[in-house]
Design a protein around this ligand. Structure first.
Ligand code: FBP
Length: 262
């Protein structure tokens, strides 16, 4: 872990990462209700909101669209990713080097690790190479720390999420992105397990404004340093309205109720 409070992807010690790698991870199905969002420019536009500290995309989307947004959006380049078509044990092939991410203007890099998968050994070795290269470029490493695999029946159990944040600290991430473990107490323990490393919560599938903001409020109160979210923002008709509310809950530490009333 390196000090990253001065990084552009951090605002007042927190981060709101807008993720849009779903076209690879899930396929166009995630865009069915919002077909206009198939055009990555529309989500880059959303990422120009002040609340968003970085946009997480894959290499091809960065190559094609980031040049038009480099003055207004910070880039978090995802170095690996997998499609939903893969039916084997969880794995995430590396498709971009840190050198190339830096060339594309990345402010940070992102890497998925499926601890517990039969591919854990290779994934840790690939993470090592990426993490050490990120250090050379002075780029923060955000780890999608997602324990999963045939031995793990429930990947959001409190003990699993605490293990996920701890693994991220141990192997050298600067921010761990984890799923909500179901209660504020469990999230608090997961944040403590990470020491001083920042933990951000993953968004998950779209829920109501209130439900989503309340979970974010609980996570922030439990010690989470923000959010890495995709569908819950860009699948909305008006992502700006929700980002206004998220800005209040994450950076001003207002309640979900207060943020929605504003
Ligand atoms: P969401 O907020 O839409 O859940 O996005 C977060 C994210 O980590 C994306 O970066 C990624 O595409 C997706 O979730 C992967 O989700 P899963 O592996 O659970 O299907």
């Amino acid at each position: 872990m390196i000090p990253i409070d001065d990084s552009p992807i951090v605002r007042d010690g927190k981060s709101l990462i807008l993720a849009m790698d779903h076209g690879l991870e899930h396929g166009p199905v995630d865009f069915e209700d919002v077909p206009e969002k198939l055009d990555p420019s529309t989500v880059f536009e959303t990422a120009t909101h002040d609340a968003v500290t970085a946009m997480a995309v894959q290499k091809g989307v960065a190559e094609g669209y980031y040049p038009s947004y480099e003055d207004d959006v910070n880039l978090l380049l995802k170095l690996n990713g997998t499609s939903n078509l893969w039916m084997g044990e969880p794995d995430s092939p590396v498709n971009c080097s840190v050198d190339y991410a830096a060339e594309l203007g990345a402010d940070a890099v992102g890497f998925t690790v499926y601890s517990g998968s039969n591919h854990e050994v290779e994934m840790y070795e690939e993470f090592r190479d990426a993490q050490e290269s990120a250090r050379e470029h002075d780029l923060p490493m955000v780890m999608w720390s997602y324990p999963r695999g045939q031995g793990l029946k429930n990947d959001t159990k409190p003990g699993t999420i605490s293990y996920a944040t701890r693994i991220a600290l141990e192997i050298g991430a600067d921010i761990a992105k984890v799923k909500y473990p179901g209660s504020p107490e469990a999230m608090e323990h997961a944040c403590k397990a990470a020491g001083d490393m920042k933990v951000v919560m993953s968004g998950g599938s779209k829920t109501s404004d209130y439900e989503f903001l309340s979970t974010v409020e609980a996570a922030v109160n439990a010690g989470c340093k923000g959010l890495a979210v995709g569908r819950n923002v860009w699948q909305r008709e008006d992502p700006t309205q929700l980002l206004d509310a998220l800005e209040r809950v994450i950076y001003e530490e207002e309640t979900a109720d207060a943020a929605l009333e504003a």
